[in-house]
Design a protein around this ligand. Structure first.
Ligand code: DP6
Length: 326
């Protein structure tokens, strides 16, 4: 049966960096994120004996051989669970261009997990979907539940799942996603995670995480934006300190990234509560409250080297939708 799912990208407030188990994608630490309304993937899957092999299409782009292998491996997991042996046709598209440098693995594997498991007729709880999505890409686990989400590390693979902390309308936040032009060659985050343990800074990061999780959870519960923003920036800079001290070192910030981070600091001096975070790339996610959207947007989009700005609100997690892509 043909099924289509839509799933959002997410921005990590407390980052996932490094894995306890690379195969099972069990993270070294818990992470907390928010789903993004304007950055999402849609994927249609159909398993059928009419297909002589898996046929995987990215609308408006091309998957590399490595990406195809990763998608096929995920389809194999779902086939094994469902006890089916048929190949699938998979058509997917992103709401953002591939060249924008927005990681599509979270939204992509979340949408693929939901569409493929529904197409295979697998009954799955939300928790099970997060566990399965995690095996495709760790951060995809957080794109299944709604709104503000926590993904747990665990000793056993069945216990490393994600769950919603709050629905999207809990807090009128914005992620002003500043897309930075970059000619840098990207290192896949899978390879980057594998080298986290070479950083001498990793033990200090892991020791600091439980208190950061507690502080940000408390700030979310109290809707204390300043406390929230301070933890957000602390964890971002710490993750990048680890990345930059890995072997080989990974420096994701470009001069434009730094210029935007400086603009955000200036905004705060002017009395606007805006805080910034950066994932494994040069783009900057400027987090503010809804009432400050325009002033923050106007400030950051004028920096030189900015390609475009995408305004995100907190969003629902993965959902089945009725409009198929083929
Ligand atoms: C910096 O989820 O892309 O965005 O599990 O290997 O697919 P894999 O890694 P991925 O890593 C995301 C890293 C990050 C931080 C985060 O989203 O928490």
């Amino acid at each position: 049966m043909k099924k289509t799912a839509r799933a959002p990208a997410n921005i990590a407030f407390i980052k996932y960096w490094g894995k306890k188990d690379a195969q099972l994608r069990i993270p070294l630490n818990d992470s907390i994120s928010m789903n993004l309304s304007a950055a999402y993937s849609e994927t249609t899957v159909e398993f059928s004996k009419n297909y002589p092999k898996d046929d995987i299409v990215l609308k408006g782009g091309v998957f590399s051989a490595k990406e195809r292998t990763r998608i096929t491996a995920h389809l194999d997991r779902i086939r094994a669970k469902a006890g089916i042996h048929t190949y699938a046709r998979v058509v997917t598209k992103n709401s953002f261009p591939k060249s924008a440098g927005i990681a599509s693995s979270a939204s992509g594997f979340a949408a693929l997990t939901l569409a493929a498991s529904a197409s295979a007729g697998l009954p799955m709880s939300e928790r099970e979907l997060t566990i399965l999505a995690r095996l495709g890409s760790g951060s995809a686990a957080r794109s299944i539940p709604d709104g503000f989400v926590r993904w747990k590390t665990a000793e056993s693979p069945r216990q490393s799942y994600a769950y919603s902390l709050y629905p999207p309308d809990y807090w009128d936040m914005r992620d002003i996603l500043v897309i930075v032009s970059s000619s840098d060659k990207e290192v896949s985050s899978t390879d980057a995670h594998a080298k986290a343990e070479t950083s001498p800074r990793l033990p200090a990061r892991l020791a600091a995480i439980p208190s950061r999780i507690a502080r940000i959870t408390d700030a979310l519960a109290r809707k204390d934006f300043t406390a929230f923003g301070e933890v957000l920036e602390e964890d971002c800079l710490d993750m990048h300190a680890v990345a930059q001290s890995q072997t080989p070192p990974l420096a994701y910030f470009t001069p434009t990234t730094r210029a935007i981070l400086a603009a955000v600091t200036r905004l705060r001096r002017e009395g606007i509560a805006a805080y910034a975070t950066v994932d494994a790339g040069p783009n900057v996610h400027v987090i503010c409250q809804g009432r400050d959207e325009n002033v923050v947007k106007n400030k950051v989009q004028s920096a030189s080297g900015v390609q475009r700005v995408l305004i995100n609100k907190p969003a629902l997690g993965a959902r089945l939708v009725s409009a198929h892509l083929f």
